[in-house]
Write a protein that binds this ligand. Structure first.
Ligand code: ZN
Length: 255
């Protein structure tokens, strides 16, 4: 896809082996046409369906996809010394489940950032460091300086938000989603953006609904969505798999 082409990108981040959430997002996205998929990493880790989720993402043939820290750990590229004990247990469980083929796919995912087109680049944590957590304004200033496109899409924190940088001033917006579950924003050509679409499979902003976004590069519009799914079933699947119960409970709370 060359510059100037009108493209509607479905943006998926932090799916975390949650098949129930990914299927709900897939059904919701199919009702709003999109042309191609961008995936910001963390396909696996925490959830109970690492093979199914990896295969579904592979089937979507993402235009651009990058790895997350959980993908790296599951693929054995890094160890889990920087992970909390529960995340480390989930990595070990995921490694035992993954097929050779899916583990190889995760191992082959490129590091971010990756440029998508003239408007967009994607990263897992931040454009200057794929594993950095973008949480403060100081982090955002470093990230904005490193970003090479007007719209930098990132994940990793599992919190849906939009940082708009105009001249030297940041504005923070949190796409609350509300009852309608959607929020549409026109992208100002005079501003630059750091945008987290939120997490498909383990939201941490207090809203358990699955998060995703669609960016229309022709209209220069981003739409944030929250999609309800069977959270109870996803959390039961985690318990049935023998994964730590905290990972089941947090899905219900969206934390
Ligand atoms: Zn993640």
């Amino acid at each position: 896809m060359h510059a100037g082409t009108l493209v509607r990108y479905l943006v998926l981040s932090d799916i975390h082996a949650n098949l129930e959430a990914l299927e709900a997002v897939g059904a919701a996205a199919a009702r709003r046409p999109f042309d191609a998929v961008l995936c910001l990493g963390d396909l696996v880790g925490y959830g109970a369906s690492p093979n199914e989720v990896t295969e579904q993402i592979r089937g979507l043939r993402p235009a651009v996809i990058i790895r997350g820290n959980h993908d790296k750990a599951a693929a054995g590229i890094i160890d889990t010394s920087d992970f909390n004990p529960i995340a480390g247990l989930a990595v070990a469980w995921t490694q035992r489940q993954l097929t050779v083929e899916n583990a190889a796919y995760l191992a082959g995912l490129p590091a971010g950032p990756r440029v998508v087109d003239d408007l967009i680049e994607i990263c897992h944590g931040a454009p200057h460091d794929e594993d950095a957590y973008l949480v403060s304004e100081a982090d955002a200033r470093v990230a904005a300086a490193a970003a090479s496109r007007p719209v930098c899409l990132f994940g990793h924190t599992h919190v849906s938000l939009m940082l708009k940088l105009t001249a030297d001033r940041f504005e923070l917006a949190r796409p609350a989603g509300g009852a309608s579950g959607s929020w549409r924003v026109a992208l100002d050509p005079r501003s630059r953006y750091l945008i987290n679409p939120g997490s498909v499979g383990q939201p941490r902003d207090g809203d358990p609904r699955a998060a995703f976004a669609i960016v229309d590069t022709g209209e220069r519009v981003i739409e944030f969505f929250r999609e309800p799914y069977d959270v109870t079933r996803a959390s039961r699947t985690i318990l049935d798999a023998g994964l730590p119960s905290l990972l089941a409970d947090r899905l219900l709370a969206g934390r």
